[in-house]
Design a protein around this ligand. Structure first.
Ligand SMILES: [Zn+2]
Length: 481
């Protein structure tokens, strides 16, 4: 927001904060009394929650976003326990009175929308792994007053609940009618300005946007302060389908919020040599190797990408379901679909070809993180979850070789995925720049080698790759097993 007024001394002031302060002082005695009563039960211990959130802001979220003006009020936190998770619901101070709405509104109605909107910060801690995840929740009531809906309790609520990532990307919009989900709604397709268009022109991204409205106040010396409502920006849901093969049909855009991550400790950081035998066994499996050969032949004939999902018949099983290879008729994309049930099979990987011979792309490998949050997987309990995290891989077949990527460090990989989600366009751009200078293998290892194992078939053997001391990509010689 830029306001240029020549010669005038312009102060931006937050009059609302002042009003709240005065009201707060007026009601101090009453509220003190009240809070003493409320706090007679123990206030929740915030072990690590605040630190985690501050780290997120200082780390992957340094970019300022639409919602970065929201300030957690750590003295108003509610805590909920589920079997596997501790959920902290933190009230947020909203000095600019930001609200989101999918309605087309007249700015003269903004005040009434602001009055029925509440933002909360939801932080969940997995009891076993101690890993945190966080998101924003915006509750926009249908009635004229705010409704204090809780993360786990929407009893009788009518209105919208919007979940957003900490980087302000829309994850889901649920419309409730008397406590039941009525429908998923979505923002209008946004009109991109020319700069934004340029930056996404090389991918086929569906960008949906929900406008964020807020109040902007300023004061000129000698004049009363003036506030106006305006669109502060848009919260986006970016859904890229064609840059390369995404794994999964609904990349988070409209999926249900992950309620309870199963009670599983993600595998600890893994030595690539320890995984080598397993990766080789998959690649050399007779079904997989014949499918890979079929895909490679089809690609050399047409120049298009071909692929298939690796699905087994049961959790902890090793019998593959026969999935015919197919193509989307594109030289640079292939869509694969995640299933996690006994009818369609349990998807523990996918394979597609790269006609240009490149190593797996960021979109390829982040498919493993997309699917980690699929509701069917989350619902399948600790066994299913562990089977997925221990076995998932993605395979890319080229004319010359085969690549397999597995996850070395799930926690680190999920953080990397969060960074990717925060700005896929920038992420892909920086990857492409690295690849131009040192090739796609090196770009992949540079960006994600600390959290992924990348294997390549060399002389008939799957070997983990690393960047050596000269800055070149070379295979790691594993001890014979
Ligand atoms: Zn690909």
């Amino acid at each position: 927001m830029k306001l240029k007024l020549k010669g005038a001394n312009v102060h931006f002031l937050n009059w609302r904060r002042g009003v709240i302060l005065i009201l707060g002082l007026l009601f101090l005695s009453q509220s003190c009394k009240k809070s003493i009563n409320e706090e007679s039960s123990d206030p929740p211990a915030l072990s690590g929650v605040k630190e985690w959130f501050n780290n997120q802001q200082g780390g992957t979220l340094t970019r300022s976003t639409i919602l970065s003006s929201l300030v957690p009020d750590w003295s108003h936190v509610e805590k909920f326990e589920t079997e596997f998770t501790t959920v902290y619901e933190v009230e947020l101070k909203n000095p600019n009175r930001i609200f989101l709405t999918t309605d087309k509104i007249d700015l003269s109605n903004a005040e009434s929308y602001a009055n029925k909107s509440i933002f909360k910060l939801i932080i969940a801690k997995n009891k076993k792994s101690n890993l945190f995840t966080g998101r924003y929740m915006n509750v926009v009531s249908e009635s004229d007053t705010r409704t204090n809906v809780h993360y786990n309790n929407v009893k009788g609520f009518t209105g919208n609940v919007i979940f957003l990532s900490l980087s302000s990307n829309v994850q889901s919009v649920d419309s409730y009618s008397k406590g039941r989900i009525d429908k998923n709604v979505y923002g209008e397709k946004v009109m991109l300005n020319s700069r934004e268009k340029l930056s996404v022109s090389y991918t086929d991204c569906q960008i949906s946007a929900i406008p964020a409205y807020g109040q902007f106040c300023f004061q000129l010396d000698g004049f009363p302060s003036y506030c106006s409502w305006q669109i502060m920006g848009f919260t986006y849901s970016v859904h890229c389908v064609a840059s390369d093969a995404p794994m999964g049909e609904d990349d988070g855009g409209l999926s249900q919020p992950p309620l309870t991550p199963p009670d599983v400790t993600p595998p600890s950081i893994e030595d690539p040599c320890a995984r080598k035998a397993m990766v080789s066994a998959v690649v050399n499996n007779s079904y997989i190797s014949s499918k890979n050969a079929e895909a490679r032949t089809a690609t050399s004939a047409t120049g298009n990408e071909y692929g298939y999902e690796q699905r087994v018949t049961q959790v902890n099983g090793s019998t593959y379901i026969n999935i015919p290879i197919r193509t989307d008729g594109s030289t640079n994309s292939f869509n694969s679909y995640f299933t996690w049930d006994s009818t369609n099979g349990y998807t523990i990987g996918d394979t597609h070809t790269h006609p240009a011979g490149s190593a797996p792309s960021p979109t390829d490998v982040f498919g493993m993180a997309v699917n980690l949050n699929k509701q069917a997987l989350l619902n399948s309990g600790p066994d299913g979850y562990a089977f997925y995290t221990n076995n998932v891989s993605i395979t890319v077949v080229t004319a010359a070789t085969t690549y397999v990527v597995t996850v070395k460090d799930w926690s680190g990989f999920q953080s990397a995925y969060a960074a990717f989600q925060a700005d896929p366009t920038m992420y892909n751009y920086s990857f492409a720049t690295l690849a131009q200078n040192g090739g796609t293998e090196k770009a992949l290892l540079t960006k994600l080698g600390n959290v992924l194992n990348v294997y390549k078939k060399i002389d008939g053997e799957m070997k983990p790759l690393a960047i050596d001391e000269n800055g070149d990509v070379s295979p790691i010689d594993c001890p014979p097993n």
